[in-house]
Write a protein that binds this ligand. Structure first.
Ligand code: NAP
Length: 279
């Protein structure tokens, strides 16, 4: 340990990680709040993750984000785990505590809800069933946060049905599983509709779920944010739904980490959003 003040360091560990927009987001907040800090993208192989995580605090790191493919492994390595991260089964935000312990949290669900609250102020998760497309890593955080927000029923459909069934097993009877070929049917009366699959993302397969049953009263959110206006959101907008893109979730999920590491709760504003978009 050194006895003089250090510039606080944080970052994001993934593989690959070069595409991450988080460094730009953190740079924007550092400038806005006059904070002397750095946020560094780190491409780390799975076998090196534990060594890296145990070493970073010695180099002045106060914490780090973890992203694909390390979210589950990071939770296994952590010494102290938040209830939310344990429930979701993955971590995305690690805090290196002064006592040497690694604290793991998951802020994806927080980011998802905060994004909807900011961009669809009239959205009420309790107002009716939610429909969730996909049952991968991100879906776990979305389901946990929708349950916590009081959604009365969560319909879920995934190409690989077993993953949706596993979520129902874990999260309980408020979840109803639909076959992937029936995914369009679960939109009937749904007031919240979320795409957590990678369908519609640049370079991935096209989004083809039929939206005929979608009601104009539904609020629709896509976790995919490249492109910002996905086919799903464009079609939902044509139906008359309120639509919210996935970039806001990315920005909001970073708020708790920034606050813990740098002592300032940052705001997600239009200026920040434009900076991250490079606009
Ligand atoms: P993941 O664990 O790999 O899950 C991928 C999901 O997409 C699974 O449900 C998978 O179904 C489904 N899928 C993939 N290809 C498909 C196809 N051709 N047809 C039907 N379903 C298909 O990934 P993840 O971490 O959950 O991430 C999912 C998406 O959310 C990604 O686009 C990611 O960038 C985005 N995301 C955004 C944010 C944000 O802040 N906005 C945060 C996290 C994730 P199977 O189970 O059948 O493979």
């Amino acid at each position: 340990m050194t006895d003089h003040p250090r510039i606080p360091l944080a970052g994001v560990i993934g593989s690959p990680v070069a595409h991450s927009r988080s460094p730009l987001l953190f740079r924007t907040w550092f400038a806005e709040y006059g904070i002397d800090g750095f946020y560094i993208p780190m491409d780390v192989a799975r076998d090196d993750l534990e060594t890296v995580l145990r070493t970073l605090p010695k180099a002045g790191f106060v914490g780090t984000n973890v992203t694909i493919p390390h979210k589950i492994r990071a939770l296994e390595i952590a010494d102290v785990i938040s209830d939310r991260a344990a429930l979701i089964g993955a971590a995305n935000t690690l805090v290196f505590r002064p006592d040497g312990k690694i604290y793991a949290d998951n802020t994806d669900g927080y980011g998802f809800i905060a994004n909807l609250r900011q961009n669809a102020p009239n959205w009420d998760p309790k107002s009716g069933p939610a429909a969730v497309l996909g049952a991968g890593g991100a879906a776990r955080a979305i389901v946990a946060s929708l349950l916590e927000s009081g959604a009365p029923e969560i319909r879920i459909s995934n190409r690989t049905r077993a993953r949706a069934d596993a979520l129902r097993q874990e999260f309980g009877a408020r979840l109803v599983v639909y076959d992937w070929v029936q995914a369009g049917n679960m939109l009937e009366d749904a007031t919240t509709v979320v795409n957590t699959t990678s369908l519609g993302m640049v370079g991935k397969s096209e989004f083809r779920v039929p939206l005929d049953a979608l009601r104009p009263s539904a609020t629709c959110c896509d976790l995919v944010y490249t492109p910002l206006k996905t086919k799903f959101l464009a079609e939902a907008e044509d139906v008359g739904c309120t639509v919210v893109d996935g970039l806001g979730m990315l920005l909001h999920q970073a708020v708790p980490g920034f606050e813990r590491w740098f002592g300032q709760r940052p705001e997600v504003t239009e200026t920040v959003r434009n900076a991250v978009l490079g606009a």
